[in-house]
Design a protein around this ligand. Structure first.
Ligand SMILES: [Zn+2]
Length: 371
C-alpha cells in the first residue's frame, strides 16, 4: 500500500546535455511507467487534504508532478505529453522571465496532427553568446499566452516560483571583485551592484538571507578606477587584484573603520521578502486570473522567517527540494520533492517506489541530508 505521495520535480524536457534536461522520449517513458503502475497525478488540494486528514481522493496510487522555472519546453514537450497520458502538473514560474507574446507557439500536438514536420518545433536548447568577454547562456522561456492556455486546459496549475530567482550579497567578506566571467547565466544574477571592480561577496538566495550592502562611495571609487584603467582590459593586468585591494584598504584608513558596508535590518529584510513574494503571487494571479496558493522556493532555500512571511502572504502549499515523505501528519508548508535526473528508467522507477513508502523515504531523506 502507498503510504507517501512522491512529488516529482522536473526542470527541462529537452535535449540539452545536463542532468536536469530530460529528453522528451525519456519523459514519455516516465509517464508510461506511472500509468502502468496505476499512479494518477493529483492536485495540491488533494495532496493537502491527504497530509491533513489521511483521506485519499484517488483510486490506487498518486504522484504530484511539478515543473520549476517556466521554460519553453514545458509548452513544446511536457504539456502535450501530460495531456496524452491523462496527467496534470503544477508549473512554478519565475515571473520576470516570462515573454510578453500574445500568441502560442507550435508544440508536439502540431507535429502529431501532421501540421508540421518535427524540425519545425521551436528550438528549446540553450544557446550561448559572447558579450564583453562573458559567455552568456540563454534559455528560451514561455510566454504569457502559453501559460494562460495551459492553465485554462485544467492540466497545468500555474503558480509562482518568485519574481526574479536572484541571489543577494550575504556577507561582509570580500571574496572577489566583479569582473568579466567565462560563463554567465541568468541564475548567477545578484540583486546588488555588479559593475566591474565592485566587491563580490558570498551570495545566497534572496529569500533565505540578510542582505549586505557595501557603501556606495566605496563601490563608485572601485568602479570608476576600473573604467579609467581600461575597463574589461584592466583585468588582464597581473596586479589588478592588488590594485583594487589597495583602494579598499585606503578607504578603510581614510574612514578609520573596518566597516565597508551595512547589513539590512530585520525589518528591511522582512519587507524585502514580503514584497518579492507578494509581487510574484500577484503577477501570476493577474495573468491567469486566480488566487495563487502554492509557491516553490528558488534553489529550495528558505528560513523560519521566510516561511512565516510566505504564510502571511497567503500561500497554503510550500514546495521544497527536501527529500522525505509526504504522509498524513506531514506539513503542507514543507512538501518534499525529489529532483528527476537524466538517468535510466530503472533509476526513475526505484525513486518513485521509494518515495511511495513513508518509512523508506523518511530514512532516505535523513541520509540524503548528510551527504
Ligand atoms: Zn528554480
Amino acid at each position: 500500500m502507498q503510504t507517501s505521495v512522491p512529488v516529482l520535480l522536473y526542470h527541462h524536457i529537452n535535449y540539452d546535455n545536463d542532468v536536469l534536461s530530460i529528453p522528451p522520449e525519456l519523459f514519455e517513458e516516465h509517464l508510461k511507467f506511472l500509468k502502468s503502475e496505476g499512479y494518477e497525478s493529483i492536485t495540491k488540494e488533494q495532496l493537502g487534504e491527504y497530509l491533513e486528514t489521511g483521506k485519499k481522493t484517488w483510486k490506487d496510487k498518486a504522484v504530484v508532478i511539478t515543473f520549476d522555472d517556466g521554460y519553453l519546453d514545458t509548452w513544446v514537450y511536457a504539456y502535450p505529453l501530460l495531456k496524452k497520458y491523462g496527467f496534470n502538473a503544477i508549473l512554478f514560474l519565475v515571473t520576470w522571465t516570462v515573454e510578453e507574446d500574445e500568441f502560442t507557439g507550435l508544440n508536439l500536438e502540431d507535429y502529431w496532427s501532421g501540421k508540421i514536420p518535427k524540425e519545425r518545433l521551436p528550438n528549446c536548447s540553450s544557446t550561448y553568446s559572447i558579450e564583453f568577454g562573458c559567455r552568456i547562456k540563454t534559455v528560451r522561456r514561455l510566454c504569457w499566452e502559453e501559460v494562460r492556455t495551459m492553465e485554462r486546459s485544467g492540466i497545468i496549475d500555474v503558480e509562482p516560483h518568485s519574481k526574479t530567482h536572484r541571489k543577494i550579497y550575504a556577507s561582509d567578506k570580500i571574496v572577489d571583485f566583479n569582473r568579466p566571467k567565462d560563463k554567465l547565466s541568468a541564475w548567477q544574477m545578484v540583486k546588488g551592484d555588479e559593475r566591474f571592480g565592485t566587491p563580490d561577496f558570498e551570495r545566497k538566495p534572496e529569500l533565505a538571507a540578510r542582505e549586505f550592502i557595501a557603501y556606495q562611495d566605496l563601490r563608485d571609487r572601485l568602479a570608476d578606477y576600473v573604467i579609467q584603467n581600461g575597463y574589461a582590459e584592466f583585468f588582464k593586468k597581473p596586479n589588478w587584484r592588488m590594485e583594487l585591494e589597495n583602494i579598499v584598504e585606503e578607504y578603510k584608513k581614510e574612514k578609520s573603520t573596518e566597516k565597508i558596508g551595512e547589513f539590512e535590518s530585520e525589518e528591511e529584510q522582512r519587507k524585502r521578502i514580503k514584497t518579492e513574494l507578494e509581487v510574484a503571487k500577484g503577477e501570476v494571479g493577474y495573468e491567469v486570473r486566480k488566487i495563487c496558493e502554492a509557491f516553490s522556493w528558488p534553489w529550495g532555500a528558505y528560513t523560519p522567517l521566510s516561511l512565516e512571511i510566505a504564510k502571511e502572504v497567503g500561500f497554503k502549499y510550500l514546495f521544497t527540494t527536501k527529500h522525505g515523505s509526504n504522509s498524513p501528519g506531514d506539513s503542507p508548508f514543507e512538501i518534499k520533492r525529489f529532483g528527476v535526473w537524466k538517468k535510466d528508467l530503472d533509476w526513475f522507477k526505484s525513486r518513485v517506489r521509494l518515495y511511495s513508502k513513508k518509512l523508506l523515504s523518511k530514512a532516505y531523506g535523513a541520509v540524503y541530508r548528510k551527504i
